[in-house]
Design a protein around this ligand. Sequence first.
Ligand SMILES: Cc1cc2nc3c(=O)[nH]c(=O)nc-3n(C[C@H](O)[C@H](O)[C@H](O)COP(=O)(O)O)c2cc1C
Length: 190
Amino acid sequence: MKRKSIGARHEMIVQPTFLIGTFLEDGAPDFAPITWVSKTCEKDGPCGSQNLIIISMYGTKQTKRNVQRTGQLCINLATRDMLELVDYFGQTSGRNGKKDAVPYAWERAVCVDAPALDQSPWVCECEVARTVTTGESDTFFCRIKNVQVDERIDVESWGLDLTKFDPVIYSGKYHSIGECLGDIGDYYKK
Ligand SMILES: Cc1cc2nc3c(=O)[nH]c(=O)nc-3n(C[C@H](O)[C@H](O)[C@H](O)COP(=O)(O)O)c2cc1C
């Protein structure tokens, strides 16, 4: 194959879109889509208890301020039926007042002090363990305190069939995903 150079672009480094839920100082919820999300592992162990989720936020957004103040956040998976919320939360800032033009329901998370969206089928409750500042970005390394999943979805002991969640993937454009292609070992037997 012949390839062409298109410059130092990063859109192909994609993840599901997450709506990060935090509390404002007055206790009202704030949500913002964040897709610079990854993970690392301090030490391999049972139940993934040594994993850290890495979330990077640029600039002076309200969500970043809330995380810096409280160290608590909910990572709410955004699904196709939540696209209006994603688009709305992403184009407005909690710095300019409450984001309540598009209706939504939320409740307090189980293990951290942060809001979880009722509509989200996968919610990860996190606490910040470490922050690294690079230029105008702050990157939060977060410990997982609890994960909630829609109880209608069967969850195996390891691995998730993403098609059951219908996540939104963001590459500068919104996408849905196709088929589940199987497990490690389905294509090459060691
Ligand atoms: C699909 C999507 C993905 C985004 N991903 C990020 C991200 O990973 N990091 C970031 O700093 N901002 C990201 N943003 C921008 C914030 O969501 C946006 O600045 C938002 O208005 C912040 O709201 P807040 O000030 O209430 O926190 C994204 C926006 C959209 C629409």
